[in-house]
Ligand binder design. Structure first.
Ligand code: URP
Ligand code: ZN
Ligand code: ZN
Length: 468
């Protein structure tokens, strides 16, 4: 064998449902050797007592999305991908969001302009379809699917994004023709609007009422409706960001019927509850936890764990959607003196996703290290058409690796995070297990708190179809 560029020795290599002590040889950005021989290489890394994992693939991330008047997302592509790398990720899939009235193709071009030259990790785009015009359905979406944009998200709520049932069915039909995968934000628009108005009329406008305005029933109803529509058209769907047992039971019901309904959950649904939305004393501090669906209660957290443990969830993503609590001029997040309705929805989490699931899941013996890798890297890569280039440590795969110290203890603190938000909703959470190094296509890009790369290292990844 020609001399290797790098060999990572003696690590506990976790991949494809098994863990073995192996040496990993890297040549020209790919995995070139896996075994126990002592080979020569230009660079040798000793990973004794450490896990070596396929780099994290976070398939649900929002970056630099238009978020309404006077609201800016806290991360551009540079800061989001930097934060991702520090959290042990080598690939993210943010959204190219269509603004109503705009062409989808133009929207994709705009996102490429924002991302080009600004990536610390590899990146691909899902689409968000907000305006399914005949032009979008008949021409743009089919053409973009063929160009490698093989997944898109639709919303059943939000004024600027909601699709009605007819539109959902029409979009699902295109997905069937193009073999693309639809991600569904399942919360019922009309019920939320009704409850929001009622709460506001009663003067209940604090961030806490965000959760009351979109209870689990609203999520359950929309989840069932999305599943039914997918069954009518006969397509697979992904129900994203599931928050508790109500929606989860609909997904279990669908799976038992043999329907291809995939499910995703996120750190907020195992770490936060609606009590966080109370802030200090029903004050605006609660806005730091406004996301949709909102976090529920301890029982919901246990329900989510049951789905993580029994395999109901295929994906554990961050739904990173970062806003600042105070902007750079000291101005409060919108909604401060008005109503929860105006607080931009979303919380940061791309950097803390892997440590949280490892600590709460693997270190606390709820799940195995193999299941951790499946949920956070292998399944996302398979679901969104990047496997076996991504999501696995295999000869010929990209040498995207995370060297992980299972015993390193840290307390999450805003001061050491790399995202653009000015807070983390996980401040003070004690973590056991943390990524030491992140390797992107054979190059160490993050080493123990220090970036050893410039922003240009990440590439745009063209994707294939779902292989799960
Ligand atoms: O509150 C959230 N989750 N914001 C991000 C947008 C979405 O719906 O995923
Ligand atoms: Zn959503
Ligand atoms: Zn999202």
């Amino acid at each position: 064998m020609a001399e290797l560029d790098t060999i990572i020795e003696n690590g506990l290599v976790v991949s494809e449902n098994e863990t073995k002590k192996l040496n990993i040889g890297i040549k020209e950005q790919e995995i070139a050797y896996l075994g126990d021989e002592n080979l020569e290489a230009k660079t040798k890394i000793n990973a004794e007592n450490l896990f070596v994992l396929p780099g994290g693939v976070d398939p649900h991330v929002h970056v630099d999305q238009p978020s309404g008047p006077d609201v800016e997302m806290a991360d551009n592509f540079q800061s989001a991908t930097k934060s991702a790398a520090a959290g042990g990720n080598t690939t993210i899939i943010p959204f190219a969001m269509q603004v109503k009235g705009e062409s989808l193709r133009k929207c994709v071009e705009d996102y490429h302009k924002k991302a080009n030259g600004n990536l610390y990790v590899d990146t691909s785009f899902h689409l968000i379809i907000s305006d399914p015009t005949p032009q979008v359905l008949g021409q743009e979406l089919p053409a973009l699917s063929k160009d490698g944009y093989t997944s898109f998200k639709v919303f059943m709520t939000y004024d600027d994004l909601v699709l009605n049932d007819k539109e959902l069915l029409e979009v699902f039909e295109v997905a069937k023709q193009q073999k693309t995968l639809v991600m569904v934000h399942a919360e019922g628009y009309d019920a939320i609007k009704y409850l929001t108005k009622k709460l506001e009329d009663e003067g209940k406008t604090a961030p806490y009422y965000h959760e009351i305005s979109r209870p689990e029933i609203v999520e359950r109803e929309a989840t069932h409706r999305a599943i039914s529509h997918a069954q009518i058209i006969n397509i697979p769907i992904v129900i994203v960001h599931v928050s508790g047992s109500e929606a989860l039971n609909q997904i279990r019901w669908a799976k038992e019927k043999g329907l291809k309904v995939f499910a995703e959950t996120c750190p907020q649904y195992i770490c936060l509850t609606r009590d966080n939305l109370k802030g200090l004393n029903m004050d605006f501090e609660g806005a730091k936890y406004v996301c949709s669906p909102p976090p529920r209660d301890k029982q919901s957290q246990e329900a989510i764990w049951s789905g993580i443990i029994d395999g109901t969830f295929e994906l554990f993503s961050s739904d990173h959607s970062p806003f600042r609590f105070k902007d750079s001029k000291g101005k409060d997040r919108p909604g401060a003196r008005t109503s929860f309705r105006w607080v931009p929805n979303g919380i940061p989490g791309v950097e803390t996703r892997l440590p949280i699931l490892f600590s709460e899941g693997v270190s606390k013996n709820r799940i195995s290290i193999e299941r951790f890798v499946e949920l956070t890297s292998t399944n996302p890569a398979k679901m969104y058409g990047m496997y076996p280039k991504k999501g696995v440590i295999k000869i010929g795969s990209d040498a995207d690796l995370t060297i992980w110290d299972p015993n390193l203890k840290k307390t999450i603190k805003q001061e050491f995070l790399n995202h653009g938000s000015d807070y983390t909703p996980y401040e003070g959470l004690d973590i056991t297990g943390w990524p030491l190094q992140t390797w992107l296509r054979g190059k160490c890009i993050f080493n123990n708190g220090t970036f050893s790369t410039t922003k240009n290292n990440g590439e745009y990844i063209n994707r294939d179809y779902c292989s799960l």
